[in-house]
Write a protein that binds this ligand. Structure first.
Ligand SMILES: [Fe+2]
Length: 213
């Protein structure tokens, strides 16, 4: 599967175009500040945009929604919305055909209640749920607990070779894999929810101690 990562602006936000190489049918994720750039790229390279998914309804991910709908005629899909073309609701486990591939929705609450990750072929687009070496910001209560469950029960069950494409360029590399994150991401190395929340609480000190930007 073809994946193009766009530095869209904002706070090192990433947007994506991913495509089935057999049919050139594509999906866009979080066009945010750069809908025109992504649509131009698709047109210049012969990709046909079938879907636009938005990982969660924060301004820096969703602010390009109206513009990309105007440019493509496709309605951006957030969690629990319904795709007007297929009639499929965007809920956990929902599937959307993409040429010879299939898009699968994983509901991953934590950073926000409507956070979702999008799996296509050997890739997962993780929005603000999982970053390279970090995880999404939450409170230290119910949000953190929900995120821990989402990370372990939805993302870490994917094959180790799954390519991880995050919603922000916050890590030492712009992309990763599930296996690499499992082995190196300090939040994923925490053995239980309590120590996971503890690392969130002490993240500033941990970063300083370990020289993390
Ligand atoms: Fe966010």
């Amino acid at each position: 599967m073809f994946v193009m990562q766009f530095c869209t602006g904002g706070d090192r936000n990433f947007g994506y175009l991913a495509a089935d190489e057999g049919t050139n049918k594509a999906l866009v994720i979080d066009p945010s500040f750069s809908p025109q750039t992504i649509v131009d790229f698709a047109r210049e390279n012969g990709y046909e945009i079938e879907y636009i998914f938005v990982t969660h309804d924060h301004y820096d991910h969703a602010n390009g929604n109206a513009e990309i709908e105007r440019l493509t005629g496709k309605h951006p899909l957030l969690y629990r919305s319904t795709d007007p073309t297929t009639g499929t609701q965007v809920v956990d486990g929902a599937r959307f055909p993409l040429g010879g591939l299939e898009v699968e929705i994983l509901h991953t609450p934590g950073h926000t209640e409507d956070s979702m990750c999008i799996v296509v072929a050997d890739a997962v687009f993780t929005g603000d749920t999982l970053f390279v070496g970090k995880v999404g910001g939450t409170d230290l209560g119910a949000g953190a607990r929900a995120e821990y469950v989402s990370l372990h029960e939805k993302l870490l069950v994917l094959p180790d070779t799954t390519r991880v494409f995050p919603g922000h360029d916050y890590g030492t590399a712009p992309q990763s894999t599930i296996g690499k994150e499992r082995e190196t991401n300090p939040f994923l190395l925490r053995p239980d929810i309590e120590s996971f929340v503890d690392l969130k609480r002490n993240w500033a000190a941990y970063k300083k101690e370990h020289g993390i930007a």
